[in-house]
Design a protein around this ligand. Sequence first.
Ligand code: SF4
Length: 428
Amino acid sequence: MSRGNGLAGPDLDCAGVAPSSARGQHASFCGLAGIVWLHRKIQDAFFLVIGSRTCAHLLQSAAGVMIFAEPRFATAVIEARDLAGLADIDAEIDQAVARVIERRPDIRLLFLVGSCPSEVIRVDLALAAERLSRLFAPRVRVLSYSGSGIDTTFTQGEDACLASLVPSLPAEAPDAESSLLVVGTLAEIVEDQFRRLFTELGVEHVRFFPPRGASDLPAVGARTKFLLAQPFLTETARALQARGAARLAAPFPLGVEGTTAWASAAAQAFAVDPQRLRSVLAARTERAQEALARHRERLAGKRIFFFPDSQLEIPIARFLARELAMEIVEVGTPYLNRHHLARELALLPPQTPVIEGQDLERGLDRCRAARPDLTVCGLGLANPLEAEGLTTKWSIELLFTPIQGFEQAADLAQLFARPLLRKARLAA
Ligand code: SF4
């Protein structure tokens, strides 16, 4: 059903929130962007993009801040050539991988990352990965996934990467005890904080995926319960469930409320005494709420509009509305996993417009008409919107900044308060 504004009508009612869908031109980074945070996390992994010069430029500019670090990503540039050149491409990939492995004895895991140029789409990277894995086993495991920008958004690169890694996870021992697996790339500081939190709760066997090193792959099986730390891991969750693991339904650990509910889901699954849960969380929630209070003054009542980009939009909107009293004008999300996001949708203020997909021009029209105080969008939209007098926040910052957990709640609020403060200063 069309509503005359580019949106198909509501198809699900979640506690007063009725997501719509939009189809049309979309603007987003491609899945290669995920390499920037994934390579920081898995410290003995190398990401070899099989792509074009455009892919090489994107990676260099997205990761430009790390130009002085020894890079663990590169692009093997495949130039346009006819089908008869395919055998050469296989040989070129083999040579490129051999060079990387020879120069980098520290590498234990190598991802061949596909991209969208037609020459690359024709190459069977999965087959190449199998061949190379056999060749370099046991020292280096070679896997493949696609970071192509065709019909994907930038956080799907992480989902594809982790899903490709799931079949390599060892099986649980037959006598293994129940374990908790936290799934989704988290900054080390956040991972350490969550590890301490679960230790204090008495949850003993806690692992993180992805791990910091390829030799530390967590075992998985029917006694594994997993908590998603990121909302964009549909394929990874499916692959873990196919290995027998069970997903714990929870909101995402963003803000005090989200983190409390997320940790509580684990506590309930591992039969933690409710009194112990309350006492472990008490000081953390109190400190985080105090830290949030100073941002609430600046953000309360401010109107915010989300263009679809990172897939973090719905949990962030929930946090900003419920803990900082912001007014949500519209929440766009590139994809909506109704199972993983069910608890988030139920927490959004009733009647919040939630739109899955994108019809760029119509979205821009709605944003211009609404004149929100703050617009969250991709880099490509930010400059034109700023030129029109709108204040923007880059959604990719939500992936480059540690934002999960109690200790980061105020930092997350600050990401949204800062552009408003800058604007107020300029206007003064
Ligand atoms: S994968 Fe596609 S969208 Fe991404 S940089 Fe390469 S050519 Fe561009």
